[in-house]
Design a protein around this ligand. Sequence first.
Ligand SMILES: [Zn+2]
Length: 437
Amino acid sequence: MVNTMKEIKENICNSCGCEVSKAELDDINKEISNSNKEIIYDNKLLLCKICFPWYKIAHAAPKNILGYKIKNPDLFVEESINVQTLLRKNWSEHCGTLEGLLEKPIDDQRWYQFLRIVMTEQERLSQLKRYIDMDKLPKKSGLTLEKISLEVREHLSYLETATTDQRLLEEHGWRDYAEEIKWPVLDKLTIGSNSFVIQKHSDSHILLKEVNNEEFEYSDYPIRPFHFCNFLFREICEERQNKILVGVKWLVRIDSLLSKVFDHIDVPLNPQLQREVYYIIQGYAPRIEKYRFLALWSFLDKIHPETNIHHPVTNLWVENPAWEKSFQLFRSVIQGLGRVVKPTVSGFRILGNSGAIYTVEPSTFLDWNQPWVVKKKGGKGKKICIDVQMSMPLGDMLSSLALSLRDDLNSMKHIHTLNPNVRQEDGHRALYELFRN
Ligand SMILES: [Zn+2]
């Protein structure tokens, strides 16, 4: 008795919550092994036959994330599954918290937590950890991060006072006169064995004009003082003081790229964090990390839609609270249709009233307008475009699609792509027409 109870509990579809019989599971497994297509799915997921192909699409790869093209959708799907397993592990290890991973990273601590999931090389991760806990670093040349920050702050306020007369003249319309005067050459900022000419750009940024008496290539690129100090400290710790000019050029290049990819606000401040993020997304780190990075980013995007631009595509995601209910509906529709419909691991086949047989499969990409591919048997593989212009959970959309394909003779009045006499090229807003009536 106890055993039977346990068995029932374990055989619950992860998608619709229905009970899945042993025979149905065997049937799915048999179909997967006989299929000539490669079907990627999470072995640990238990799914009924009706949900199986559609749950998969919820993990499907978008065409691009953060401006990076997903060239290998299969790898993306694999990494999406990995990321969710890692998050579950992280969750149980940290007593039911995601340790700052509840949303997209907005500060250095969260960026670090984010990269902990993404990075696969322990050595790089430990190095990163050392730079996150800056104060634990060995103090080379007696310089600490605090000391460097203080030097920079003091130098900035010295510049402020030393240039008061010059600025006052300029502000009062004596710019030409001010330019003629030979103002004393201001002291350079000296940190360790390096000297810099810096200038205030705004309240939160400085400009780097000169490095070791050489004019700086990106002298008009605003840098945050904290970022600059952090960078100097890292270079000193790593004994790269003699290569500071090369280092600072990279600092600017990486910062400007990341500012374009992410919003300025969300860019990590710590230079080591920046460097790792840059390596990963630009593909210099192992390729798997780039895919994992983008998969995790897109996952966090999904669970926190309110922090992002609203997009109805959330209706296709399993995280949508309406997912389970909508697939219960779809399941009852399929069961109600009986023998005229046959669910398979790659979608379903349905017999229309006209005698035509349609196959419906998930499309490769998460396309809200057409999450499916509909084909007619004998139609030489030509796709029938039936798209949706209304936001609703995937199960609801599939229910409507199945019913209108079954009733194809009637649907032809609204969905003229179904009509064999109409030559059809593009998608029509057909289902929308149906739903509106
Ligand atoms: Zn199910």
